[in-house]
Design a protein around this ligand. Structure first.
Ligand code: ZN
Length: 225
């Protein structure tokens, strides 16, 4: 979502109101927030599509300041989209103890993908998210069907999702996240209308469902005599 902000143009020092998508998290502490906007400047060019807005932001959580880069939104032409922030000091992801214990490799890979995204490495972070999903699916399905461990390890990710995840909602989310993840790794995109945003949204929903299932298992253990 873009917000109308007062932006100083570099070429003539004039201020204009511009629609800018702000950073949704702080690169210093990793906390999701709506930053305090301190200053915005547009480095403008003859071709407006080459214009880039830079914002100077303050984080209420860690009290540090950071810079964000917002190139022109070529797709919609209605302002500037968020691209990256710096300095990147933290990409800690808040996964539950249950998820961390189920799949430490998933947590490590997902965190590295998030770091790549924070650094603006948009060509490779999707591949990292795709790999993270694979590790989580494999570790989760082995956890649910320990007797099938060897078959799960050998199965493709698609087969693993189809054959070993029982809940339709989980299957759908895992499949959608995997399809979009595959688009990040291949030359031709099969789903060009979807972006990294949807990939992360599906992956995050999948993680939330697994978290809930692990909490359910723990509760069941407590109440079952
Ligand atoms: Zn912060």
């Amino acid at each position: 979502m873009k917000y109308l902000i007062n932006t100083t143009y570099l070429s003539d020092s004039q201020k204009r109101m511009e629609n800018v998508e702000l950073s949704s998290s702080c690169p210093c502490c990793g906390v999701s927030l709506f930053p305090d906007l301190l200053y915005a400047v547009c480095v403008d060019h003859d071709d407006t599509e080459e214009d880039i807005v830079y914002t100077f932001n303050h984080c209420q959580n860690c009290d540090e300041c950071f810079i964000s880069k917002h190139p022109f939104d070529e797709e919609n032409g209605d302002g500037f989209i968020y691209a990256s922030s710096s300095p990147v000091k933290s990409c800690e992801q808040n996964f539950s103890e249950a998820i961390t214990s189920l799949s430490p490799d998933f947590v490590s890979i997902y965190t590295q993908a998030a770091l790549a995204e924070s650094l603006g490495l948009d060509q490779i972070c999707g591949i990292g998210y795709r790999k993270a999903i694979e590790f989580l699916v494999k570790d989760y399905t082995i956890h649910k069907s320990p007797n099938s461990k060897d078959a799960i390890l050998k199965a493709t990710l698609g087969a693993c999702i189809s054959n070993y995840i029982k809940d339709d909602r989980l299957t759908t989310l895992a499949r959608a996240a995997t399809w979009l993840g595959n688009d990040e790794t291949h030359y031709v995109r099969q789903h060009p209308d979807y972006t990294l945003k949807e990939l992360k949204a599906f992956a995050d929903a999948f993680i939330t469902f697994i978290d809930a299932d692990l909490a359910y298992e723990a509760a069941l253990k407590l109440v079952t005599p």
